[in-house]
Write a protein that binds this ligand. Structure first.
Ligand code: HEC
Length: 113
């Protein structure tokens, strides 16, 4: 009985330790997709008061693939996502910005990392 509970305790400790670096390292485009689509921004845009503006209220997705887009590398993509996040008080944490960048890269920009 006690032997059993000790073993599961050790196992849980091993799993949580080995899982940590994995989740910290890789940005998660699936989570980014949710954040990107579910964000609701409170802002007046061109005279209209929004409580549920999203990333496509200002720029349609075609904006991300136009020829003279400003984002020319993965690093710049993260910088612009962070820029809009900060300017608009979206409130995404750095991990969220990484996840959204991973999603946008997969969907629109397609840079090699
Ligand atoms: C209030 C309007 C507005 C909203 C809402 C907005 N953006 Fe932006 N975004 C801009 C403007 C303006 C630019 C161009 C900035 C520049 O030219 O320096 C831009 C540029 C960008 C770019 C770079 C585009 C390129 O040239 O390739 C990315 C990426 C981006 N935004 C991501 C986001 C994300 C993600 C969200 C949702 C959280 C968001 N934006 C919401 C106004 C907005």
């Amino acid at each position: 009985m006690t032997g059993y509970s000790i073993k599961t305790g050790i196992l849980a400790a091993v799993i949580s330790v080995s899982a940590m670096p994995l989740t910290a390292a890789a940005a998660d485009p699936e989570n980014g997709k949710e954040l990107y689509h579910e964000v609701e921004i409170e802002k007046t845009i061109q005279g209209i008061e929004y409580t549920d503006a999203n990333c496509e209220t200002c720029h349609e997705t075609s904006f991300f693939s136009r020829e003279d887009r400003k984002v020319t590398s993965y690093a710049k993509l993260e910088a612009f996502v962070e820029g809009c996040n900060t300017n608009l008080d979206v409130g995404w944490f750095p991990e969220d910005v990484s996840d959204v960048s991973a999603y946008m890269n997969k969907e629109f920009y397609k840079f090699e990392k």
